[in-house]
Write a protein that binds this ligand. Structure first.
Ligand code: COA
Length: 335
């Protein structure tokens, strides 16, 4: 059996910076409230005139990752694309990337696991590489949240949190024992699906029905989040996923060199840091700059940490995420 190793990383965020105070144009909020509860100072929201979309940003991040892997688009055997905000209801975004990068007719798979989407996508890619089916897989996480948020006081508990962006990794076959992805761990608990969800439009509630009802109180086409409920579950599940990953590899919390938590809320990341007694240099957070970019958050943070030289050869890198579904998981990597 082969191992999979990350050979290229890239990310792209829109130029348009939206500071907390800028949100006051749309809603009653304050920089103080947002920073105190979430740690967020600013986020990137696509300027609609820029041409950026979920797939366009994913393609931009992918080009960087492929080049850094020392490969060309023709060396990629398969695409796994994670997003909750695709450009189209169907088909998925993976095929758009395949077209935008002018790739041959390789397979493209979309993963819809929200904040843990990138963890799921990495795990899927890892299995294909381990079995020998593919050699180089492009794994992408990208989100355009700003187009679908309710930017008003009614939607402020959700809309201040989310930002746009994309990241990509190339996973390649490696025969170096004990290096690369050591294991991945995936979980879900569907009974909490509605606690963090966007329910309509959907096949249960088609657009004509929504238009006909013309109900100003209908918020089913905006994301809904039961914030405190999500918070409570997040801290428990994050911890479980990390412990499970360490135990599976007979490792201790002291072995962690870099933890990249999904950037849901700085308070959640700080709780986890404290619980695992990790020093500041062993946890990478960038939610302050980008907000929660859902399926893009782990890969943007991983790429930034790597670009800053915070990840070195042989380091134990732990990726962990929790989100809508509920879904959660971890990926344990020996760099
Ligand atoms: N600006 C100012 N006030 C706001 C606000 C905003 N953006 N959003 C909500 N409020 C108000 C509420 O209306 C409420 O006012 P009230 O007390 O007069 O009714 C008050 O602030 C407290 O709201 P609440 O929702 O209870 O706040 P909270 O302490 O739970 O913080 C979250 C809200 C969303 C920051 C927090 O619950 C959270 O981070 N949850 C986890 C979210 C998460 O991780 N999501 C992603 C999962 S992947």
């Amino acid at each position: 059996m082969y191992n999979s190793k990350i050979t290229g990383l890239g990310y792209y965020v829109p130029d348009n910076v939206v500071k907390n105070d800028d949100l006051k144009e749309f809603m009653e909020t304050s920089d103080e409230w947002i920073q105190e509860r979430t740690g967020i100072k600013e986020r990137r929201w696509i300027d609609p005139k820029s041409g950026d979309t979920t797939a366009v940003m994913g393609a931009k991040a992918s080009r960087i990752a492929i080049e850094r892997a020392g490969l060309t688009k023709d060396d990629i055997d398969f695409i796994v694309f994670a997003t909750l905000s695709p450009d189209m209801y169907f088909p998925g975004g993976g095929v758009q990337i395949q077209e935008m990068l002018e790739m041959p007719t390789i397979g493209a798979l979309d993963v819809r696991n929200q904040c843990s989407g990138f963890i799921y996508a990495m795990s899927v890619a890892d299995q294909f590489i381990k079995t020998g089916m593919y050699k180089n897989i492009l794994v992408i996480g990208a989100e355009n949240h700003s187009g679908g948020l309710e930017k008003s006081t009614r939607g402020r508990n959700v809309s201040v949190i989310f930002g746009d962006g994309a990241g990509a990794a190339v996973l390649s076959r490696s025969e170096e024992a004990g290096k690369g992805i050591l294991s991945s761990h995936l979980h879900s608990e569907g009974k909490h699906a509605k606690e963090l969800a966007l329910i309509g439009p959907s096949t249960k509630r088609w657009v004509p029905e929504i238009i006909e009802a013309n109900d100003p109180d209908d918020v089913s086409y905006y994301p809904y989040m039961n914030g405190q409920f999500v918070f409570k579950h997040a801290i428990g599940r994050f911890s479980e996923a990390i412990v499970e990953g360490l135990e599976a590899n007979k490792l201790q919390k002291e072995d962690i060199d870099m933890l990249i938590p999904h950037q849901a809320n700085l308070r959640i990341a700080q709780f986890i840091q404290k619980k695992f007694q990790l020093s500041d240099d062993k946890v990478y957070n960038n939610i302050m700059k980008y907000g929660n970019t859902t399926a893009a958050s782990v890969i943007i943070a991983l790429t930034e940490a790597w670009e800053k030289g915070k990840i070195k050869d042989n380091d134990l890198v732990v990726l962990a995420a929790f989100g809508s579904g509920f879904t959660w998981g971890s990926v344990i990597i020996r760099w």
